[in-house]
Ligand binder design. Structure first.
Ligand SMILES: [Mg+2]
Length: 364
């Protein structure tokens, strides 16, 4: 497979409501989109959202790295999509976000060429029925309870609640949500590194006692503080999920070897694409570790690819692919449309998405 031309574009869409966490606030979807065309005119799509607050990758760095990657892959024969990165010079210096965009596009292109949906091209024999949670972003308790109530009316059975900005207010937030949605709805709490170890040690049992059922606690403390993660994981009555502590495959290995979490959050942009995310899921399978398939805030090809991977991998126990729910409608054609909690991947070739950008061949 040879890459003959490259398409680049920007996908922008306002969010229906701001997305707020302990680390960032998002009001507009801004996604870098790339298309890779082969010599027969097939096009594979990739897209990423710059998320410097989490990945450290600025948009300028991502665009500069994409230019380097385009120069490296254009015109060469890519025999093995799983190992295309091996021929890239200075690979360790490149941002995972840029690598993710190219990796998703190459996987889309390869599965289109094989005339298989990506989940089947990845080796899936059948798909599992996926239900995503809805994320309730940080706000005052009443507003969070309102959002939770609307999500439940829309059919969501699990809510991922963002906490970590103020521990006393966090109690009021989660209590308000639990009071509004009743006990049948599953709550997942994500502190985005916002608590101290002391806060986590007192808050986690309190939440489980007062606001249960709680399915898991995600990234309670700073990503680099694995000793605190180990201690919290030992004491926690519910699984502790490593998100920011487990950015890459190597991080995931370190987290699991040290017992710093009992579950992993897997995101394509953190890992550097489909193949690296798959390696993490395979590792988790070997260790009998459940995974949450999640996303940064992408709604394009990256989100589609995450859904295809999640639908065929047995390590995925929970699904958090709800970023498209924050948009009025998806600003591209084809693929999964992401309306409501059920996510069903189709049987069309590749990711089946179509963007309408002019073709260019000289980088960004
Ligand atoms: Mg998280």
């Amino acid at each position: 497979m040879k890459i003959r031309s490259i398409i680049t574009g920007q996908m922008t869409a306002p969010l229906l409501r701001p997305f707020k966490t302990a680390l960032r606030t998002v009001t507009t979807l801004e996604e870098v989109v790339i298309g890779l065309q082969d010599e027969e005119g097939n096009c594979g799509w990739g897209s990423v959202v710059p998320t410097p607050a989490i990945t450290g990758d600025s948009e300028e760095k991502i665009r500069a790295d994409l230019t380097l990657l385009f120069a490296a892959i254009q015109g060469i024969t890519i025999a093995d999509v799983w190992n295309w990165k091996e021929s890239i010079p200075s690979l360790q210096m490149l941002s995972k976000t840029a690598l993710c965009a190219v990796d998703v596009a190459l996987h889309d292109l390869a599965s289109r060429r094989a005339n298989l949906p990506m989940w089947k091209w990845l080796g899936g024999k059948h798909t599992i029925r996926m239900m995503t949670n809805m994320t309730i972003s940080v706000d005052v308790p009443d507003v969070m309870a309102d959002c939770a109530e609307i999500a439940v009316l829309d059919g969501f059975q699990a809510l991922k609640v963002k906490v970590g900005l103020d521990s006393e207010l966090d109690k009021k937030r989660v209590l308000a949500i639990r009071g509004r949605v009743g006990e049948k709805i599953r709550l997942r709490l994500d502190a985005n590194q916002g608590w101290t170890q002391k806060e986590a040690d007192s808050l986690i049992p309190w939440f489980c006692e007062m606001c249960g059922p709680i399915e898991f606690i995600e990234q309670p403390v700073k990503a680099s503080d694995l000793n605190a993660m180990i201690s919290i994981t030992r004491r926690s009555p519910v699984p502790v999920v490593a998100d920011e502590s487990a950015m890459t495959y190597e991080d995931a290995l370190r987290v699991l070897d040290s017992g710093a979490a009992r579950a992993l959050s897997v995101k394509l942009i953190k890992a550097g694409g489909v193949s690296e995310a798959r390696r993490i899921l395979d590792l988790a399978y070997d260790r009998r570790i459940p995974c949450l398939m999640s996303c940064m805030f992408e709604a394009g090809a990256g989100l589609q690819a995450a859904a295809h991977l999640a639908s065929m991998h047995p390590s995925v126990h929970w699904v958090d692919l709800d970023s498209a729910e924050f948009l009025q409608e998806l600003p591209y054609e084809g693929g999964i449309r992401f309306k409501g909690p059920k996510i069903a991947v189709g049987d069309s070739a590749g990711l089946d998405v179509r963007f309408n950008f002019p073709s260019v061949s000289d980088g960004l």
